[in-house]
Design a binder for this molecule. Sequence first.
Ligand code: ADP
Length: 297
Amino acid sequence: MLQIRSLSKTYANGVQALKDVDLDIPRGMFGLLGPNGAGKSTLMRTIATLQEPDGGSIVLDGLDLLADKTAARRTLGYLPQEFGVYPKVSAEDMLNHFAVLKGVTARGERKELVQALLQQVNLWQVRKRKLGTFSGGMRQRFGIAQALIGKPSLIIVDEPTAGLDPAERNRFLNLLAEIGEDTVVILSTHIVEDVTDLCPRMAIIASGQVRLSGEPREAIRALDGRVWKKTVDKAELAGYEQAHTVLSTRLVAGQPVIHVLGDAAPDAGFVPVPADLEDVYFGELRKTAPVAAIAGA
Ligand code: ADP
């Protein structure tokens, strides 16, 4: 269990990226969902001991990560948002190099480890290829292999699916799900489906604050019976957005289909729809918007 308490961070330019963040993260996949600028990377880098918070604590199974960074780094694996590699080095050589850096000094042990990891992330066939020739998905899987060196009990993955095509994304998420069973894996993302498909627990973060944390299923259940759908004209859209809590707008065959939150149907054209995680997410983000200003306009 990873316990985060009162974590805060204000950058030198005055941006308050984390405001008193409290989170309990058990073993398994944990989705950290939030829009760009929410503070996800700041949180991920702080947990990875790569930057200092202004205050607060992070404890993993009794180990104070901020107080003992050397021990912390031994137990964690990190896949950053931008994972730089030497383009002219082969996957196998690079992984071998990372293993040396992480202290796997015995040559035989290291060879076995590198082989096992390349097989686990399904890059064994292409191990001799230069990393510069890898697709985005292959590079992310290589990043996971690197993060798994040393059998970490905490794995931090920051926005891993952003540039991936659907097939690569699936392969990558399946890989994460496999390693997520007896490890704490934190997946930060702004893509709702990444969490829906994969994470038994989650938190929504916006403007540096945790808005909601728990099980996606329960958050969805809390909205049941309160989400309404209607196909509207483009010209009507602004009016609906002013008068109602519009959760989402999707274009279906060129026409906007809106989801609205409310205890009753806003008008005759609305039909009830089962809530989903996207409704939960946009509902929480709406709460942070200046609703009063809209109502008074
Ligand atoms: P996310 O990963 O959710 O997009 P970030 O943690 O990257 O969010 O950023 C949170 C806020 O902090 C943003 O407003 C961002 O502009 C700001 N920020 C991030 N890094 C720095 C930095 N090094 N210096 C100043 N502001 C920063």
